[in-house]
Design a protein around this ligand. Structure first.
Ligand code: FES
Ligand code: FES
Length: 207
């Protein structure tokens, strides 16, 4: 009888331990997969009504009146008519909405406009220097790095950042670090060729 009780107790302990381990792993994965967002630039609590903010985009200050729940992507496209940044999945999976914030690539659908006050935002519209294309834009054209072009602005923004990050030493590395940008047309080989060329310093804006 004692042995049976001990066995039952042991089984119960094993079950509890398995549940605790599973929950622990789940929590670890959940936190690991959470994309850290930019910090709020102020401690001011914003309500549901519109808030007056200013965003620095492509070196210019834009005054906006947005609801605090509006994503940076929607603010760019709907409020400011900067439609070069594309909306694909609107949930962080495709990379079509990639912009640079303080030089780092960010999915603009995953960050709120109000969280980016005081930061420097660069969109595809801000890459060229007047009529002179950014080398990455020129390389995408030279290598036919797009077909429908829908993913292209996000690909280019990510590619610019990837080269800055020093993650373009090989085709395999480029593919890995560009894996957050999806292209339904399958222009990947040409995109990789364009990035490889810019990373090697072999492409110039005059092309
Ligand atoms: S639209 Fe932002 S990642 Fe797809
Ligand atoms: S060129 Fe069409 S989705 Fe990439």
């Amino acid at each position: 009888m004692k042995i049976r009780l001990r066995r039952r107790r042991f089984s119960q302990l094993m079950i509890v331990s398995a549940i605790v381990t599973t929950l622990g792993n789940f929590a670890k994965k959940t936190f690991a997969q959470t994309t850290p967002g930019p910090q709020l630039s102020s401690t001011r609590t914003l309500g549901p009504e519109r808030a007056a903010i200013a965003l620095n985009i492509n070196g210019r200050e834009y005054a906006l009146n947005v609801e605090p729940r509006v994503s940076l992507l929607d603010a760019l496209r709907e409020e400011l008519r900067l439609t070069g940044t594309k909306k694909g999945c609107n949930q962080g999976a495709c990379g079509a909405c990639t912009v640079l914030i303080n030089g780092q690539r960010i999915n603009s659908c995953l960050t709120l406009a109000v969280m980016n006050v005081g930061k420097s935002i660069t969109t595809i519209e801000g890459l060229a220097n007047g009529d002179e294309l950014h080398p990455m834009q020129a390389a995408f054209i030279a290598h036919d790095g797009f077909q429908c072009g829908y993913c292209t602005s996000g690909q280019i923004m990510s590619a610019v950042s990837l080269v800055e990050e020093g993650h373009a030493d090989s085709d395999a590395e480029i593919r890995e670090w560009m894996s957050g940008n999806l292209c339904r047309c399958g222009a990947y080989p040409n995109i990789v060729a364009a990035i490889r060329e810019v990373a090697a310093g072999g492409h110039h804006a005059s092309v």
